[in-house]
Design a protein around this ligand. Structure first.
Ligand code: ADP
Ligand code: MG
Ligand code: ZN
Length: 504
């Protein structure tokens, strides 16, 4: 009888912390207590661990067992501690040598038969272990490829507790699966598919270059969905830090394909308009799952048919859009996930979804107005680009002219982004993010004649002060794309034009 400890990792949000799983087995009435703020899943772990040990040829001590997870103040969720708990108990009650695990963390859920099952969040957990100076991660076999995305830490996998016990006794080796080929990534959709629709293509390019939120209105079949789906294809690839953040979020959500590499392309999430608040912002019991707004972190959140979303769902997006992160209130406190996303909204101008103009759409203007008013307010206030799109002309669809592909547009976007991030320095990386105070700073303030188109509209009460600022941001993006140092009056006019929806 005795004492032993094994290390594991607890996740809070995308951050992980190495924790100690300690077991003490002493003579007394058979009892099994787990302490250290366990959630429901951890209590259930007691039964799983006991069965798994027995079914793996281990001897379950019929003694007084106390398992404690340290530090006590760290919240611990999920089933990823099972394997560490089993090893600690066996080491405390028998001759299982766990000293070689002193430099390791152990992750994995146990099945009743002793299989070691994959868990969510392996990438952020192994990253935390590596940062804490651990040299090895013992993970479920199915998670080995994911764990190996973290450099500078040895990763070993096991499919069963029995094999792990054999390994620690020096009788069996752990599994080292051949690197899985990454799943085929579908080629990104190309803007060359979108014919005509110059306005739509322009708006997508500007949105990409300035990281502006965008809303597109127009009758069905004008290419709104096509355009939105092609925005990620012209966004710059994610840098190392961004790629790790995005991949970690998908790992926690359980949406990472087996064998997947780091996600390098800006993600696109397009939740259906019937999606719940939880699906959009995250939630669920145990280890809270990130919602669409976090899975779209460093990428695009596309709300198609956005007027059909419930107002509760749209309201729930405000806080994450403002803060760049989602805070989920849980019974035991708060979990935060990153959610710096770019919003793309598309909507028909009326509820009938018939081609615009009479005779097809017969909706009275009051109905159209009521439909669109669902999209006003604080969320729309953050959308720099709000445009009406016209139906595509037959001449455009039948054209044989060359249409500029995404690859070329992406180059211009990247160039514009570099100019903007150099200019704003510590204030912002993109024009869409630059604070209003910086726009007004005398270094960046635009001269009166340049602002003239905007000041007229403001004085006539046709745009708000906020609208004024949004147009200035877009004007900077227009100039950046053109490689000019500062916006001129024509840029300001175009920016203004790209946020005046005639329909409202
Ligand atoms: N500009 C366009 N160029 C080529 N095809 C288009 C264009 N606009 C629409 N289409 C065709 O119409 C279909 C519907 O387009 P979609 O993007 O779903 O329109 P919306 O979202 O505005 O209703 C597309 O699948 C495509 O075949
Ligand atoms: Mg559509
Ligand atoms: Zn209608």
């Amino acid at each position: 009888m005795g004492y032993a400890q094994v290390y594991s990792v607890a996740l809070h949000g995308v951050a992980g912390e190495v924790i100690v799983v300690e077991a003490d087995v002493s003579f007394g009435l058979p009892n099994f207590v787990v302490s250290g703020l366990p959630d429901a899943a951890l209590s259930e772990a007691r039964d799983r661990v006991r069965s798994a040990v027995t079914n793996s040829g281990g001897k379950w001590p019929l003694e007084r067992i106390i398992v404690n997870l340290l530090p006590a103040h760290v919240r611990k969720h999920g089933s990823g501690f099972d394997t560490a708990v089993a090893l600690a108990i066996l080491a405390a009650s028998s001759d299982l040598p766990v000293a070689r695990l002193n430099e390791a963390v152990v992750l994995g859920e146990l099945g009743l038969d002793g299989t070691v099952r994959p868990v969510r969040g392996v990438l952020p957990a192994v990253l935390a272990a590596s940062r804490a100076g651990k040299a090895m991660a013992l993970v479920p076999l199915a998670n080995v490829t994911e764990a190996r995305l973290v450099p500078d830490i040895e990763v070993l996998g096991t499919d069963s507790l029995g094999r792990l016990i054999g390994y620690l006794h020096g009788q069996e080796s752990l599994l080292d699966p051949a690197a899985q080929p990454p799943p085929d990534e579908a080629a990104p959709l190309d803007l060359a598919d979108v014919l005509g629709q110059e306005r739509g293509r322009r708006v997508i390019e500007l949105a990409a270059a300035g990281r502006h939120h965008v809303a597109m209105f127009g009758p069905p079949g004008t290419g709104k969905t096509m355009l939105a789906a092609r925005l990620p294809g012209v966004l710059p690839p994610l840098d190392d830090q961004e790629a790790i953040e995005v991949t970690a979020l998908h790992s926690i959500a359980g949406t990472l394909a087996p064998g997947a590499a780091l996600i390098r392309r800006a993600p696109l999430q397009a939740p259906h308009h019937t999606a719940s608040v939880a699906a959009l912002v995250g939630g669920g019991s145990g280890l809270a799952k990130p919602g669409a707004v976090s899975l779209a972190h460093n990428g695009v959140l596309f709300l198609d048919e956005c007027a059909e979303f419930s107002s509760g769902v749209l309201d729930a997006l405000r806080q994450p859009l403002e803060d760049g992160e989602v805070r989920l209130r849980r019974t035991y406190g708060e979990t935060a996930y990153p959610a710096r996303t770019q919003l793309v909204m598309a909507a028909n101008p009326c509820p009938c979804a018939k081609p615009g103009g009479r005779p097809a759409c017969q909706c009275p203007s009051i109905v159209r107005r009521r439909y669109q008013s669902r999209l006003s307010g604080p969320l729309m206030d953050r959308v720099d680009l709000q445009v009406d799109l016209d139906p595509v002309r037959s001449t455009a669809l039948l054209t044989t002219e060359h249409v500029e592909p995404s690859a070329i547009i992406a180059k211009r976007v990247l160039g514009a982004r570099e100019i903007a991030s150099d200019r704003w320095g510590p204030h912002a990386k993109t024009n869409g993010d630059v604070p209003a105070s910086v726009l007004r700073d005398k270094r960046y303030r635009l001269p009166r004649p340049v602002l003239h188109p905007l000041t007229i509209e403001l004085d006539r009460g046709r745009i708000s002060a906020r609208g004024f600022e949004r147009s200035m941001r877009v004007a900077w993006t227009i100039a950046d794309l053109d490689g000019r140092e500062r916006p001129d009056a024509a840029d300001v006019r175009e920016a203004l034009e790209l946020r005046s929806r005639s329909v409202l």
